[in-house]
Design a protein around this ligand. Structure first.
Ligand SMILES: Cc1cc2nc3c(=O)[nH]c(=O)nc-3n(C[C@H](O)[C@H](O)[C@H](O)COP(=O)(O)OP(=O)(O)OC[C@H]3O[C@@H](n4cnc5c(N)ncnc54)[C@H](O)[C@@H]3O)c2cc1C
Ligand code: FES
Length: 257
């Protein structure tokens, strides 16, 4: 059940070029938030539409978000300071189903898809699993949250330019280590998710993917976030789902790639 809270900013700091970490005092939303869910933030009076940002972690009353500055909304968010107030709706959507991931899930994030996988990793560990993470970044300077992933399990890092960790893509690392895992959960750009879903499928592993679409209402009322899904009976044709309500996390087998 989503709630609307006027949250106080506890802090907002830059953690890499163009990337910010914001901690909000959000007692109701933080307590209810599950890994893979997102919140919808009002970004000042001039911006009519809320902006969707995934939950990075939620602990007690503290809701942590990590975001990249892209346009006016995220620019506005990055300028918030401790004590400022933000109107937040959440938690929204369906997150990762960690009851279906076995005892050695691998949580995979690419770029700004990395932050939501931290909460999933911590939750998997708390549930008694031995999670691993594969995290992909452009270069060394963009690596974030590594220590916290390492604290919750094993974390493999890949960079596009080879300046840190493995030189290559998260899909290369998954292919090399696929025998170590019981399932795959992932968040990142669609081509990355498509490649991961294919590798998991070939290995017979369950795979959940967090999809991204532009959003309007965030609660299933406006159709802006429609995405194509396969028919449930496996037949020809497509059906439409709402990323905000039916997702953002989907079984990779449902997605029309
Ligand atoms: C479920 C979900 C979770 C997300 N989680 C994160 C996260 O944890 N960290 C992060 O940095 N980003 C995340 N994003 C992307 C983030 O919502 C966009 O970067 C942000 O809305 C851009 O807003 P803007 O005003 O800065 O940019 P503008 O380009 O000025 O935005 C114009 C409009 O387009 C929409 N829009 C633009 N890009 C996107 C996008 N990629 N996805 C959805 N709507 C978009 C905006 O919401 C706004 O309504 C997430 C997106 C979704 C759908
Ligand atoms: S954003 Fe309005 S239906 Fe999903």
């Amino acid at each position: 059940m989503a709630i609307q809270e006027i949250c106080t900013v506890a802090g907002c700091t830059g953690i890499a070029p163009g990337l910010f970490e914001m901690v909000l005092e959000a007692p109701g939303i933080a307590q209810a938030a599950k890994p893979g869910q997102f919140v919808h933030l009002a970004c000042g009076e001039g911006n009519l539409l809320r902006r969707p940002i995934s939950v990075c972690t939620a602990q007690g009353a503290a809701l942590r978000l990590v975001f990249q500055v892209k346009g006016v909304g995220t620019e506005w968010l990055s300028a918030r300071r401790a004590g400022d107030r933000i109107d937040v709706l959440g938690p929204l959507g369906h997150g990762f189903d960690l009851t279906a991931t076995g005892d050695r899930p691998v949580l995979i994030g690419g770029g700004i898809g990395v932050p939501p996988m931290l909460y999933a990793m911590q939750a998997a560990k708390a549930a008694g699993a031995q999670p691993s993470a594969i995290l992909g970044f452009r270069s060394r300077g963009m690596v974030i949250l590594e220590d916290e992933f390492q604290a919750a399990g094993t974390a493999y890092i890949a960079t596009d330019d080879g300046s840190y960790g493995v030189h290559g893509f998260v899909s290369d690392v998954l292919r090399d280590h696929i025998g170590e895992f019981t399932s795959v959960c992932a968040c990142g750009p669609k081509p990355m998710l498509r490649a991961l879903a294919q590798i998991a499928g070939e290995a017979g592993l369950p795979c959940q993917v967090s999809m991204e679409e532009r959003m309007g209402c965030g609660i299933g009322a406006c159709l802006v976030c429609a995405c194509e899904l396969k028919l449930k009976d496996g037949g020809e044709g497509v059906r439409y789902g709402h990323v905000c309500k039916d997702g953002p996390v989907f079984d990779a087998k449902e997605v029309v790639w």
